[in-house]
Design a binder for this molecule. Structure first.
Ligand SMILES: NC(=O)c1ccc[n+]([C@@H]2O[C@H](COP(=O)([O-])OP(=O)(O)OC[C@H]3O[C@@H](n4cnc5c(N)ncnc54)[C@H](OP(=O)(O)O)[C@@H]3O)[C@@H](O)[C@H]2O)c1
Length: 339
């Protein structure tokens, strides 16, 4: 049993981590994350000035703790680059690593995202980055700052990378389900391309598995959950036909949208999500699979999530086109992580 300070326990992923870690017999201490604002114009790794004033207080909070899990951050894939985004996703985790080092906490598991490799042909556990959106760039900077902190050798850092996470009650999940019910289901190719997505219960289990090991590598990917474009659509809209679009035309359209996406983050996030559903993205087997970790939840749990979404949103109540029918947009105009 380890005393684990958990930051972001009030959030979607943090709550799942709290449940899984408590279930594994750990003492979980929920702690509030500091809100930092860092001028991220150039996204350069120099945020220390913003967090120095918080360091002593945070370090004191970690006294007697055996490990820290950071599930706190700004999970908005369509966010513009802002001091709050850089503060939450880059400066905050680095502050936490420095506080761990100062107090002598030996391990820090940071919830990063597969979005840091957004445009890579295949996801892997390397430090090769290909972020598409400002959100993904802020998470990439967070990883780089933690990598530098880990190089000091006094705190073992693990950057855990989940893809888009689904779960009951999650707006991204209900928006995706509504999209699958209402819009023509399209893909490029035969629809059997792998899609990296995760169930919330499996995220908690993966974090618990990382902490169950005596030591873990710097980067750990969430294991592939086995979904293809076709199976994901079938989960949320069983029986609906899948139509194939011409790959070259689609690639041309997405490329044409790229310059506008540079200054319009919601557009680049939307295009990135479209790319994932149209082309899929493969993944190299990683450290968790090599250790024999098995995801506790499989297709029956995905079916339950889809059924729960449909129960909550009977056909007559489902959002009309443009009012939540996109898999990306939430009612508040924000989006969850997608890469
Ligand atoms: N949801 C996904 O699909 C997904 C996928 C991959 C990675 N992630 C990553 O996982 C982490 C958690 O995501 P989530 O979906 O659980 O988000 P969430 O539900 O919004 O929870 C995030 C938590 O972070 C804390 N927080 C809020 N604003 C913050 C800020 N400006 N600076 C620092 N902390 C702040 C809050 O906890 P307190 O009030 O308790 O401090 C909040 O409950 C994020 O870093 C995100 O990038 C999410």
């Amino acid at each position: 049993m380890t005393r684990i300070a958990l930051f972001g326990a009030t959030g979607f992923i943090g709550a799942a981590c709290a449940a899984a870690l408590a279930g594994a017999g750990h003492e979980v201490l929920p702690r509030p994350a500091r809100r930092l604002w860092v001028d991220g114009e150039a996204l350069t790794p120099a945020p220390q000035r913003a967090y120095r004033p918080h360091l002593a207080g945070l370090a004191a909070e970690l006294d007697g703790v055996g490990a820290v899990v950071n599930a706190a951050g700004v999970a908005m894939s369509a966010a513009r680059l802002s001091p709050g985004l850089v503060g939450g996703n880059a400066a905050w985790p680095r502050l936490l690593a420095d506080a761990c080092e100062q107090t002598g906490v030996p391990r820090l598991v940071h919830v990063s995202t597969a979005a840091v490799q957004g445009r890579s042909a295949r996801l892997d556990e390397s430090l090769r980055y290909a972020p598409v959106t400002p959100y993904a760039r802020s998470k990439t900077l967070g990883e780089q700052l933690l990598r530098d902190a880990a190089a000091g050798g006094r705190v073992e850092v693990t950057l855990y990378r989940p893809p888009s996470v689904h779960g009951p009650g999650r707006r991204m999940t209900s928006a995706f389900a509504a999209f699958c019910q209402r819009w023509p289901l399209v893909t490029c190719g035969d629809g059997n391309q792998p899609v990296p997505v995760a169930l919330i219960g499996n995220i908690g289990a993966a974090v618990a598995a990382i902490l169950a090991a005596d030591s873990a590598p710097l980067v750990v990917s969430h294991p592939y959950e086995g979904h293809t474009v076709r199976t994901l659509y079938e989960t949320f809209a069983p029986g609906r036909p899948l139509r194939t679009l011409p790959t070259r035309v689609v690639r041309g359209l997405l490329r044409a949208a790229e310059p506008s996406g540079q200054w319009l983050p919601p557009l680049s996030a939307l295009c990135r999500r479209a790319e994932l559903l149209l082309f899929g993205q493969g993944q190299e087997p990683g450290w968790l699979e090599a250790r024999g970790f098995r995801l506790p939840l499989g297709q029956p749990a995905w079916d339950e999530v889809a059924a729960a979404v449909h129960r909550r949103s009977p056909p007559g109540d489902r959002p009309a086109h443009g009012a939540g029918g996109s898999p990306l947009r939430h009612a508040d105009g924000h989006t969850s992580d997608n890469h």
